[in-house]
Design a protein around this ligand. Structure first.
Ligand code: MCN
Ligand code: CUM
Length: 795
């Protein structure tokens, strides 16, 4: 199989050429476009009750007392539960994905606005919400810690006094790279540029909010949980550990998901409350967040305050990159990342450049804000890393008076250097950067754009051209060094071919809109020659799929996609044995062609995979040692991550009178290795680019000094619409992954990672006549206006 890497067998007509061909439409779409998707909130069970959560109005306050009697007396109310009730069962706290603990319901004090304080279970959603109004909580308000820069001040109130001996708000320290070597490189360099760079707190804001339906059967002792989760198997194991229900008695079903973008990776208190409520009431219980709850209390992203430094020679050879980061993790460290990587994969901040030394130091702190996760198309913090390096490289270009495209081209890792070990220890599997960059520049008409810009500058018009080049590390990951709470990051896959030659493939990953029902059928089709339409993809149900860690970090294709290809090859190997018996020739005399085994040199003698499937299940002898049936199962442990890359060019115009930024053009050239479904990839890229416009220009979760969340609705937390985005211009190059069985790399987060720096670089480039070298996201009209006037940047 390893020798086959990157080679795709080809079929003649499109229907028979499942991988990589034109525009195979998505198998799931007939269901979605007819409104027949089945989401968690569509689950209706007989006798189902509804749960609503009372949330803290304060960012930091002691709970003095809670009186639930009036709420409990409402006619339709079945139960009112507080943290004290949970504590009596040992369920008031739960582990987070980062080995921290988080309150399911607050017992001692509340630590962020929107924190879960109590819940009501009632006959309908409205009665449950009405009852919340009748719960009387007495709080003693404490000073909140909101400004991350003051979190470690000696006088700062201690947020996590629940942790033994905790006397400050320090969460963790982390470093990577070689400090001394980097200092030496910086000391000897001709040019050193430093820049403070903030990646603000943003929210994934999926269309469907988070929710669950828990149904505990006291007779069977079995819990069935429908929930909005990107990782059903990992969640089930954690529920087993937390709730003490045996794992085989828990079934987690993740039905259709209305967008995840990382928001649905963590386990939220609401899921646990729904489970507890079903156990307490003996009835199925539904919990579904509203929009404000989703925005104020669930997995945020970013919130990195970075100081970037870059050292180079006068003629533009980059020598070293150094960064110091202050990371805001909110009140509980809810980050989802492999345990050895508390800062996710931020270590790839050296980007796509061949440099001599790099170093990063990071301090993470607790604040009175919702638990920070790494959620939102982050590739485990690569979003922040790419933003840092691509911004600081532009700062260097400005300092040197060099064209930013030329500076990048001069410093790229060369194709012959792959596999390339970075100065922070990551092994980039493959890459060929210059052609990708050149293609983007050709598509953009780069030289002409610069000419146009020069002419416009003469006339006082503000036009900017921004470039970003990224390398991502996706597909976590090799189990020798990657696990989440002790669970290795491998993925199982099972393939069954039915007697009539139709098949079902069962995955451990779960789609939230990425089209897995289509692309995984394509992968299997490519390997065993059954048309994609004849292959059903089953996912999102722990009782009916093999164990694996789920979908995030664009790992489905790198890990599960590899598993699907290999399980299909395993089935094909068995089919070959059966074919040899059917054709009465030795295995060595068979060749695989278009879904059939044929006798070498005698194409007339052949059996199709469908013939073989029937024989495998039929009467009559099978070859010595071959069992009946045609199915296989594997668990795939990747040997490395995959490293997709891309070149993005953004063109903006800024209205000098209003400071409104208009993204006029955006060129995105992505390289995700071999491409399974170009149409789906294009959709992924379009979505991610739109996310990037949101983050660069509009989105930010901010707080006032009391810790009130100022982005609690979509009126305040702005997300982009079709009006704010241009017609995307996409292109691609193909540099297969050498270790992935079909040479594919992940792509689901590439555009979200790569687009913010391209847009910000373009805006800063447009503002160059004002002597501006940096401005922080989101570049709203007021921020751009202030920047143009030299006003200080907001903190
Ligand atoms: N693909 C392909 N060829 C490749 C690589 C990928 O055809 N060489 C296809 C895949 O088969 C899959 C899709 O592109 O159908 C995305 O694949 P992959 O890069 O493996 O990413 P995942 O499937 O693991 O999706 C996760 C990724 C993440 S982490 C976030 S966040 C995000 C994203 O996907 N959330 C999304 N894209 C999203 N798209 C939608 N519609 N909704 C979300 O919540
Ligand atoms: Cu980090 S957002 Mo995606 O990895 O589910």
């Amino acid at each position: 199989t390893v020798q086959d890497a990157g080679k795709l067998t080809t079929f003649e007509d499109n229907d028979q050429k499942p991988v990589g061909h034109g525009r195979m439409l998505r198998k799931e779409d007939p269901r979605f476009v007819r409104g027949r998707g089945r989401y968690t909130d569509d689950v209706q069970l007989p006798g189902m009750l509804h749960l609503a959560i009372l949330r803290s109005p304060f960012a930091h306050a002691k709970i003095v007392s809670i009186d639930t009697s009036a709420a409990a007396a409402l006619p339709k109310v079945k139960a009112v539960v507080t943290g004290a009730d949970l504590a009596a069962q040992g369920l008031a706290w739960m582990p987070t994905l980062s080995n921290d603990v988080q309150a399911v319901l607050a017992t001692d004090k509340v630590r962020f606005q929107g924190q879960e304080v109590a819940f009501v279970v009632a006959e309908d959603r409205y009665a449950a919400r009405d009852a919340l109004e009748l719960i009387d909580v007495e709080y003693e308000v404490l000073d909140p810690v909101i400004d991350v820069r003051k979190a470690l001040a000696p006088e700062a109130p201690v947020i996590r006094d629940d942790l033994d001996g905790k006397t400050n708000n320090h969460c963790f320290d982390w470093e990577t790279g070689d400090k001394a070597a980097t200092e030496a490189v910086f000391a000897a360099a001709d040019v050193v540029v430093s820049q403070d760079i903030v990646y603000p707190r943003v929210h994934p804001a999926p269309m469907e909010t988070c929710g669950a339906v828990a149904d505990f059967d006291p007779v069977e002792g079995k819990l069935k949980l429908w929930s909005t989760t990107q990782a059903p198997h990992a969640h089930r194991t954690l529920y087993a550990i937390v709730a003490g229900i045996p794992e085989h008695k828990i079934q987690v079903i993740s039905p259709d998901i209305g967008g995840g973008f990382g928001n649905k990776v963590p386990i939220y208190p609401g899921y646990v409350c729904a489970i507890v409520a079903s156990i307490v009431t003996g009835k199925p219980v539904k919990w579904m967040e509203d929009r404000s709850e989703n925005l104020i209390s669930t997995g945020f992203a970013r919130d990195y305050i970075m100081r970037g430094e870059i050292a180079a020679t006068r003629d533009g050879k980059i020598l070293g990159i150094r960064t110091d980061v202050l990371a805001d993790h909110g009140a509980f460290n809810g980050t989802a990342a492999p345990v050895k990587y508390p800062a996710g994969f931020f270590g790839v901040f050296t980007g796509s450049y061949d440099i001599e030394a790099a170093y990063c130091s990071m301090t993470a702190v607790y604040t009175n804000k919702a638990p920070g996760g790494v959620a939102y198309a982050c590739s485990f913090r690569i979003t922040e890393a790419v933003y840092l390096v691509e911004r600081i490289v532009d700062c260097l270009a400005a300092e040197l008076g060099m064209d930013p495209a030329e500076l990048r081209l001069k410093n790229f890792i060369k194709p012959e250097q792959f596999p390339y070990t970075t100065k922070t220890g990551w092994v980039y599997d493959s890459g060929d950067y210059e052609p990708t960059m050149r293609l983007a520049m050709d598509m953009a008409g780069y030289a002409d754009l610069r000419k146009e810009q020069a002419e416009k500058r003469e006339r006082g018009e503000l036009m900017g051209i921004g470039i970003a080049f990224f390398t991502e590390a996706v597909g976590a990951g090799p189990r020798k060094d990657m696990d989440i709470l002790g669970l290795g990051m491998a993925d199982g896959c099972e393939l069954r071919v039915h007697p009539t030659g139709k098949a079902v493939v069962r995955l451990s990953v779960q789609s939230q809109g990425q089209g897995h029902e289509t692309t995984f059928a394509q992968i299997v089709a490519e390997e065993i020659g059954i048309p994609p339409a004849d292959i059903d993809v089953v996912h999102g149900d722990t009782d009916n799929t093999p164990f694996g860690l789920g979908t995030y970090g664009s790992r489905s294709t790198p890990v599960s996609g590899a598993a699907a290809a290999l399980v299909a090859r395993k089935v094909r190997d068995k089919a070959r044995l059966i074919a040899s018996a059917m054709l009465e020739v030795s295995v060595a005399d068979l060749e695989w062609e278009k879904g059939a085994f044929q006798v070498k040199g005698d194409p007339g003698k052949s059996v199709t995979i469908q013939d073989i499937a029937m024989r495998a299940h039929g009467a009559g002898d099978l070859p010595e040692g071959v069992e009946g049936g045609l199915e296989a199962q594997i668990c795939y442990n990747p040997s490395n991550l995959t490293y997709p890359h891309g070149a993005y060019i953004c063109v903006v115009d800024i209205d000098p009178g209003t400071a409104v930024v208009k993204v006029r053009r955006f060129i995105a050239v992505d390289d995700c290795g071999n491409r399974i479904n170009p149409m789906i990839i294009e959709g992924q890229v379009h979505g991610g680019l739109t996310d990037g416009v949101g983050m660069a220009l509009m989105e930010m979760i901010s707080f006032d000094e009391d810790g009130n969340c100022l982005g609690a609705s979509l009126m305040d937390y702005l997300i982009p619409t079709a009006l704010e985005v241009p017609d995307w211009e996409t292109g691609f190059t193909v540099t297969p992954s050498p270790h992935h069985p079909i040479g594919a790399k992940g792509v689901g987060e590439s555009a979200t990672v790569g687009s913010p720096p391209a847009i910000v670089n373009a805006v800063v480039d447009a503002l160059a006549p004002f002597g501006i070298r940096h401005a922080d996201m989101p570049l709203t009209p007021s921020r751009v206006w202030d920047a143009m006037r030299g006003a200080p940047q907001p903190p």
